[in-house]
Design a protein around this ligand. Structure first.
Ligand code: GLN
Length: 265
């Protein structure tokens, strides 16, 4: 394609939903796009903008937050803004949503204090915090992406089985209705520590409990998001030039050895 490629990255409530370092996901998308000569605009999607801003977005990023901030976000993310975000994701705009963000894309999030925060109802999930006297789901996590067609597309792009390495820190336990999980847990709690599932995959939206930040440790997901966003925007399958990920691959090996998982995946 001869025209200059441009991607608008929409960042949900950066001042409220960046508690766990997920701004790193925005940086990874920005840099791996720029290294391919794709122009990137980062657009905060917060209280200061209206629904028209949401309509310009090519990739949506949502990070993690504490219960209080989630409640503040949902006071603003309603009406035309909420409808536009749901329209975009339903239409196939790609996104990566971590922890608190997916909780708010579901039917509701019941916080540690028992307050029910109604979500957008886009994902058929509910989340309930187990109460401040129950230990949080905290620690390193490793899972295999099993969602279709995401797993196949990533394997085709990267040539590798999509194993995700991350870190989780949540009190909420998420239960899935009629929606597919993102993957199956190998190490850690995942959605609820009971059913062995992690995250949710819906249209082109990746929802996960994996902080890390996720994209810094799993660049194949970054590239899938970029490629998918370009295809949705320009209606063309654009091949991304390869980037030397040797350092990241070595870091992944080191983490897997530390977690005594290197030989098993
Ligand atoms: N406050 C939510 C919970 O505890 C989300 C936490 C997060 O975003 N890491 O489950």
């Amino acid at each position: 394609m001869s025209q200059k490629l441009i991607l608008n990255i929409g960042w949900l409530y950066p001042n409220l939903m960046s508690t766990y370092g997920d701004r790193g996901n925005v940086i990874c998308l920005q840099r791996r796009s720029q290294w391919r000569n794709i122009l990137v605009n980062i657009i905060p999607l917060d209280q200061k903008v209206d629904a028209s801003c949401f309509s310009k977005i090519d990739i949506v990023v949502g990070g993690g937050a504490q219960d209080r901030q989630q409640e503040i976000v949902m006071r603003d993310l309603k009406g035309a803004k909420a409808e536009m975000l749901k329209f975009k994701l339903d239409k196939g705009t790609p996104g990566v949503f971590t922890c608190a963000s997916p909780q708010l894309l579901g039917h509701y999030y019941e916080s540690a204090s028992g307050q029910r925060i109604n979500g957008l109802g886009l994902l058929d999930i509910v989340t309930k915090h187990s109460g401040s006297n129950i230990s949080r789901c905290v620690g390193n996590m490793v899972f295999q992406i099993t969602a279709s067609p995401l797993a196949e597309e990533i394997k085709q792009m990267s040539g590798e089985n999509p194993f995700v390495i991350g870190f989780e820190n949540h009190g909420g336990r998420t239960y899935l209705g009629n929606v597919q999980s993102l993957g199956k847990i190998i190490l850690g709690y995942g959605n609820n520590g009971e059913d062995g599932c992690e995250g949710v995959f819906y249209r082109h939206a990746i929802a996960t409990y994996s902080h890390g930040p996720l994209l810094a440790k799993n660049s194949f997901i970054t590239d899938w998001l970029i490629k998918t966003a370009l295809k949705e925007k320009y209606q063309e399958d654009i091949t991304l030039i390869n980037i030397d990920d040797n350092l990241e691959k070595q870091a992944r090996k080191t983490i897997l050895k530390k977690l005594k998982l290197f030989s098993s995946i």
